[in-house]
Design a protein around this ligand. Sequence first.
Ligand code: ZN
Length: 500
Amino acid sequence: MAHTAALNTLKALLATISDLRAAKSVLSWDQQTYMPTGGIGTRANQMGTLSRLVHERSTSAELRSLLDQLDGQLDPETDDGALVRIARRDLEHATKLSADLVERMSHTTAMVDAVWVQARLTGDWPLFAPHLRAIVELQREIAEQYGYTTHPFDALINVDEPGTTKAQIEQMYAELKVGTLPLMKAIGQQQGEDRTRPLHGRFDEARQEQFGMEVIKRFGFDWHRGRQDRAVHPFCTNFSMNDVRLTTRFDPTWLAPAMFGTMHEAGHGMYEQGVAQHFTRSPLAAGCSMGLHESQSRLWENLVGRSRPFWEYFYAPLQNLFPEQLQAVDLDTFYRAINSVQPSFIRVEADELTYNLHTLLRFEVELGLLEGTLAVEDVPAVWNAKVAEYLGITPPNDTLGALQDVHWSAGLFAYFPTYTIGNVLAVQFFDAAVAASPAIPEQIRQGEFGTLHGWLNENIYQHGRKYDPNDLVLRASGRPMETAPYINYLKTKYGQLYKL
Ligand code: ZN
């Protein structure tokens, strides 16, 4: 069969691209963890060289010709069929944008980053505004070159969430608004005491680290195929499914960030560790989409790590590590502390319930910018009005408002909704796992996670990028993405916590 030779050549080419990408990831990981500051200049050149090599190979005429030869030759249900489909999609993505546009985008974002840092520091929106206007213009051009039928947002979100549309996102947020705003308002009326007090104090860093490592080992994170280091902005990366790098950051005066951050990044890490071994060095060896990836970090962090059954097992060991700080704090008080709802200005510090309102307002602002119905200079006013409407508070300045996130200055549009997709899917998958194995909550109460981890491996992790996100959600949970389980989860959990 002629296509066997073409397929083998294709696999070899894709393996080389995968190796180059992994090498680039190692350099990037090193830059964010161990590299001395003096290394930055040469490192930028090294990264640039690898990026160029990746780009040349991923857009080569040879690759296109191989994919053309294989077009329609393979059963799309097989792994090889999926490989050809995903390789084709990656090729189209890499080649649709003109070289000139890619160059202007990278040049603009490189310049804007420093301006954004300065603007955020001083809350100076007028300083940032002209640069954001340039980026919005570029985003419109990008959407045009990718192509879309109804809205430029569709073209942009398709990069991270293949097959997802603006209409789907709007539907998701409309349902979340109806389902969670009344809950928020009812909780807001009870504010007064600070429930988070037990989490603040002196918490020895080494003990925090020990606890986090023990917890994620119990989750099923494989320490023979992964490690954890420190970084200013925690992240997870990997060089294969057998080499996963978590990073974390400790605050010696606040217990929550490293503890839940470790569980969060471990969720990303276990997803990558679970990808089928035979996908190694191929474009199938990665998570399915940003939203799917985030569903796994949030599932382990929130559905497991912030649940009462989890702490019925793990609270005593934590008290033993921090007797002075926690001996007098009972389990209920601790559980309330880690699930405190508090409208706040900063997205990354938001609790489970208010979080989606932060991403929603960014989504609405982005639509206005892309459609041209919202002028860049009016963003802070619109932003603040939305924070007041959704959260009942008003940012005192733009540092705590429209300037807080790095995404827009980095050219990341249509990105924020993927966080909320992750929240919604986390509950949908957890419910599906419990429906298949009703003993899971009781097992969590015993500190056992094997059944849950096994279900996720079987239904999600092992498939890597083989299926499109909507398809994978349907296969794993038996239903398309839906908000009802998530809203139900929030109502039940916070209804109990706030006695509503
Ligand atoms: Zn994440």
